[in-house]
Design a protein around this ligand. Structure first.
Ligand SMILES: *[C@@H]1O[C@H](CO)[C@@H](O)[C@H](O)[C@H]1NC(C)=O
Ligand SMILES: *[C@@H]1O[C@H](CO)[C@@H](O)[C@H](O)[C@H]1NC(C)=O
Ligand SMILES: *[C@@H]1O[C@H](CO)[C@@H](O)[C@H](O)[C@H]1NC(C)=O
Ligand SMILES: *[C@@H]1O[C@H](CO)[C@@H](O)[C@H](O)[C@H]1NC(C)=O
Ligand SMILES: *[C@@H]1O[C@H](CO)[C@@H](O)[C@H](O)[C@H]1NC(C)=O
Length: 383
């Protein structure tokens, strides 16, 4: 049974991701999920699917390929109705087979591959997508031109391998680089400097220390929107992030503080996750998290003793499992009038904050009346 409906779903999500704004991210995910479900139903019931996927996937007409051209590496599976996809996953492969020139999507995940030589890719000039997750690839095994010769590559999945550095050089066309769960502690000079189309960089669960970053490490990433460095060994915020960063995930590090004016260089940051770090009140900048672009702020499992300053635009705030004893009502509900109307829904204005988590702190009952009123203005409070 083919698994191509997943590919198309991913493709749709990517299209949405490329035009990402906060709203379109949410709408896009909902729409993509809905569309994926519809497509899946069509897939089950057959033919319409095949035709529409071909239109999405290919510029050229598959009828043009002769039987002779339709070669398939022996180790792999080449579904005739998806001639641009090559399935070689879960086969115990130790080497990458020769990739036919027609292939756009290459599935090699969950094998025993240690090396990426240039040779098997010499004709694979159309490749858009390579999945090499769950293999045994080391940096020594990657031949210098193997990846950079793939001039149309958009997605490179290398999760769960044995990389100690970010591979380099990479194709300039790359849009997503997934390196989660390797042993990456080094980023060679200039690795990212030409990747102007990279939107997503996932380095979570690696071995990055603060000294992995140079002054210009992220320079050149003009379109980077999501940077994930959760579960590394950082003690400081990564320096000089790209200006378009919208999603910054730094959970499970050992970050103690955030420099003054840190957010000035990333004026679009909307999703900031710093759960499971070592942030204290003293480590925060003087204006706290009063940054108007931030919509979702996650600070669970830190060492804060009070609610930090936030902006009026913030929608979701996670402060559970800190050391907060008292909640300053005017920080959470700055618009709360001193004389309260009888009906809570008669407030015509209120904070944008909708969701607040305060459980796992040191807040003792009873909760003051004005704070209770403030909480009622929010959609959900967990305390
Ligand atoms: C690339 O194509 C040429 C010409 O068709 C062929 O001789 C060669 O074996 C191919 N290389 C690979 C790795 O498939
Ligand atoms: C980056 O993306 C744009 C728009 O899709 C494209 O025209 C351009 O060629 C890409 N740059 C590289 C280096 O591939
Ligand atoms: C962080 O660590 C906690 C506790 O070990 C774990 O539950 C959570 O999933 C981790 N989060 C990330 C993003 O790694
Ligand atoms: C947040 O910053 C704005 C200006 O950027 C300022 O007007 C507002 O008073 C600040 N709010 C807090 C709670 O510090
Ligand atoms: C509560 O917050 C307001 C505004 O941020 C501040 O002016 C006030 O001093 C704070 N009150 C306490 C008791 O910390």
């Amino acid at each position: 049974m083919f698994t191509d409906h997943f590919d198309a779903c991913d493709y749709l999500k990517i299209q949405f991701f490329k035009h990402l704004t906060v709203v379109s991210l949410i709408l896009g995910t909902i729409m993509a999920t809905t569309i994926c479900f519809i497509i899946w139903v069509l897939f089950i019931t057959d033919t319409v699917w095949t035709r529409s996927v071909r239109q999405v996937y290919e510029g050229s007409d598959p009828e043009d390929w002769t039987v002779h051209d339709f070669d398939c590496p022996r180790e792999c599976f080449c579904p005739p109705s998806f001639p641009t996809s090559l399935y070689c996953e879960n086969r115990g492969l130790k080497e990458i087979p020769a990739i036919p020139s027609r292939i756009w999507y290459l599935y090699l995940e969950n094998n025993l591959i240690e090396t990426i030589p240039e040779k098997p890719f010499e004709n694979a000039t159309q490749l858009r997508w390579i999945n090499l997750n769950k293999n045994k690839i080391t940096n020594y095994g990657i031949e210098k031109g193997a990846l950079s010769q793939l001039k149309k590559l958009l997605f490179l999945f290398l999760e769960d391998n044995e990389l100690e550095e970010v591979p380099s050089p990479l194709p300039r066309s790359l849009e997503q680089l997934q390196l989660a769960r390797n042993k990456v502690s080094r980023i060679p000079q200039g690795t990212f400097s030409n990747l102007e189309n990279l939107t997503l960089l996932d380095l979570q669960h690696n071995k990055l220390l603060d000294n992995a970053f140079q002054r210009d490490t992220f320079k050149g990433l003009k379109n980077l929107m999501q940077l994930n460095m959760a579960k590394n060994a950082l003690r400081n915020m990564p320096p000089r992030l790209p200006a378009n960063t919208m999603q910054l995930f730094l959970d499970n590090n050992s970050i103690e503080g955030i420099p003054e004016n840190y957010f000035n260089v990333i004026p679009k940051v909307a999703f900031l996750r710093l759960n499971h770090n070592k942030l204290s009140d003293a480590g925060l900048p003087s204006s706290g998290f009063n940054v108007s672009s931030i919509l979702d702020l996650q600070l669970s499992h830190n060492q804060l003793t009070k609610v930090p300053r936030i902006s009026a635009h913030l929608q979701h705030l996670h402060l559970d499992h800190n050391k907060i004893k008292n909640v300053n009502v005017s920080v959470i509900c700055p618009a709360l009038p001193t004389t309260l109307p009888a009906e809570q829904d008669s407030f015509s204005y209120g904070p944008h904050l909708r969701y607040l988590r305060l459980d796992g702190n040191e807040i003792k009952p009873p909760i003051p009346t004005d704070l209770m009123t403030c909480f009622r203005l929010l959609q959900a409070v967990i305390i």
